[in-house]
Design a protein. Structure first.
Length: 94
């Protein structure tokens, strides 16, 4: 396995905006990472990626909004279309 190239572009698709703000703050404080985007919906994320936004790592909330895509289906789609993107799954769901 080769060592990572820096910066690592990290995108966020997580629950409430306050969580995204907290994660974004931590990412921007680390010179090894670059915030690729902070998204409230999977549609916004996919649009950015189709537009060429580089995403090395996606921090994904398993429990997306009820009006959004199912997390499992989204992961499947991302694995097919963007196999180089690593996905870190997080959830506060019980």
């Amino acid at each position: 396995m080769k060592p990572p190239e820096f910066p690592i572009y990290v995108a966020l698709l997580v629950g409430p905006a306050v969580w995204r703000m907290g994660y974004a703050r931590e990412i921007t404080c680390d010179a090894r990472m670059e915030l690729a985007g902070s998204f409230g919906t999977s549609t916004d994320l996919l649009s950015a990626m189709r537009g060429g936004q580089r995403v090395d790592v996606l921090l994904l909330d398993y429990a997306l909004a009820e009006t959004d895509s199912d997390g499992v289906l989204l992961i499947s789609l991302l694995r097919q279309r963007y196999p180089g993107t690593r996905i870190l799954l997080a959830s506060a769901h019980d």
